[in-house]
Write a protein that binds this ligand. Structure first.
Ligand SMILES: Nc1ncnc2c1ncn2[C@@H]1O[C@H](COP(=O)(O)OP(=O)(O)OP(=O)(O)O)[C@@H](O)[C@H]1O
Ligand SMILES: [Mg+2]
Length: 218
């Protein structure tokens, strides 16, 4: 059975695409799925993370396939990886929809990390429009939420009205996410019993369930 392509896309820079790509990939791997990462961002942050991972665990034990691609090559590469991986997690660059488009087109599910502020929500519009135009399936994921802030609740309410799915799980603004990345790891590995790791687990469960439901529809 072919796998699922999960593309992280959001034109707003710094929303958490790369952080989420790494965290989801590792969490899926820990659930015994074969996982490939595909970096289509020329900035190469995910590649740097993966190199740090190889230094930490050794090349043989990184546990993930890692590839890079650009332009329309991304679509071909993602579809190729899908043949022998349960999940292909694709990171995309900010700003240009030209670069993100092939990865959105190839996606079974597009994950859109959003920081819960009015400005971030406005900046998400072009990404949501592109997802709609490509007839792709989208899932908004609130990232860096200040959990008790009334603004977060207000923004979640607004997101519910955008006509796209919104993940029930939100990821908090937690230093652990950023710190784990530096060592080529994720919070599931550095702090497996933390709130942060619990959030990642819950999000992965939600995504796997949704991907299965979407797969059955096709
Ligand atoms: N949940 C979180 N809690 C705390 N810090 C976070 C969280 N998510 C991301 N960050 C931090 O926010 C910054 C931006 O994250 P990241 O690089 O993943 O975003 P991006 O969308 O990939 O950015 P770009 O658009 O430049 O590719 C990084 O410093 C990262 O460590
Ligand atoms: Mg990035």
């Amino acid at each position: 059975m072919a796998g699922t392509i999960l593309t992280l896309a959001q034109q707003k820079g710094g929303s958490g695409k790369t952080t989420l790509a790494a965290h989801l990939a590792v969490a899926l791997m820990r659930k015994r799925h074969a996982v490939a990462l595909l970096d289509t961002d020329p900035q190469g942050s995910l590649g740097e993370w993966f190199e740090a991972r190889e230094r930490t665990f050794g090349e043989e034990n990184a546990g993930l396939t890692f590839k890079t691609a650009s332009g329309w090559g991304a679509r071909r590469e993602a579809r190729g990886l899908k043949r022998d991986h349960g999940f292909v997690v694709v990171d995309t660059p900010p700003k240009s929809d030209l670069e993100a488009r092939p990865a959105i087109e190839a996606a079974d599910l597009v994950l859109v990390p959003v920081q819960p502020t009015p400005v971030d929500l406005w900046a998400t519009d072009p990404t949501l429009e592109l997802i709609a135009k490509e007839d792709a399936e989208g899932l908004l994921v609130v990232n860096r939420a200040l959990k008790r802030a009334s603004l977060t609740a207000e923004m979640l309410g607004r997101m519910d009205q955008l006509g796209h799915r919104v993940a029930k799980t939100t990821l908090g603004n937690r230093v652990a996410f950023a710190a784990a990345m530096g060592e080529g790891r994720t919070v599931s590995e550095t702090q497996p019993s933390s709130l942060a790791a619990g959030e990642v687990d819950a999000l992965v469960k939600e995504i796997v369930k949704l991907a299965q439901a979407l797969g059955k529809q096709r």
